[in-house]
Design a protein around this ligand. Sequence first.
Ligand SMILES: O=C(O)CCC(=O)C(=O)O
Length: 292
Amino acid sequence: MQNELLKMSNRIYGDEIFFDFREIAFDNLSGNLIDDVKHRKIDGFVTTEVFSKEEVNKILSWVEKADHKYFTQGSTGWLFPAPFAIITDTDEKLNDYFNKLSHFHSYIAESGMTWFTERLHQFFEKCGSNFQMKVPLNKVVNKGVAPGNIRIFDPLKGGIPVHCGNYFQWRHTHFWSLLEDGIDMNDQLSFFVLLQNAKQGGELTIYDMLWDNVKQKPEVENDEAVINDAGETISLKDIRHFTVKPQPGDILIFAGGPIWHRVENIRGEIPRMTFGGFINFSKDNTKCYYWS
Ligand SMILES: O=C(O)CCC(=O)C(=O)O
């Protein structure tokens, strides 16, 4: 039935929706959907219109007016605040990360935009109601890390090559090792607020492929194949997949830790823009953390 309903959706579509991805209106959110995704009772959900069109426009113009010297250029576009990948020590680079993060917070406050991060927090509280929601601390400096980043995907830079959160974590163990103790690091979830879609491309492709039996790629940036635990190279073309395309103001949460996925190349002159990060629970199962 769920699959039949989704055939009509402009947000979740494809020949076969082989994972349980749902579309839920913001006002109908309840219970512990985040926990349901963590435990794979469902695999993901798009909450529609968490932010109105007017609010999305305000966020876009806030990003537009920001001082771009605090943006960090990556291989596929720009990030604000800086991504954790810039932290390669516990000294200068760590300070640089926190300076850039403090600019992000002061820019939000000075421009009267705190409602944006507050709404995000309320959203998490609404779909994880049994848990205390928190942004984790970096234990070296005892300060909260970023709640997420604005991600600007420029046209024709390749989107994000196929990956899953567990693969990503394995590549950035330094950052994860600096997060406060007591967080369950297994099978983190992914979230993002969709702020602007590209004219063409930029969709999220979900593959029928899990970390349980695929943990490698021929090279980190390769976007054509993966290597399974039996050592076989598998072409992405041969793997079932479907598309998730949230609309501006929606938030997607999904099991991005174990499920392999990618962001399609952006075509047309409009960049794709999101605010996204990761989610996981405390080991004692009382708190839920979101960060980037
Ligand atoms: O922006 C997206 O569609 C997905 C982001 C992503 O790949 C991730 O959170 O792992």
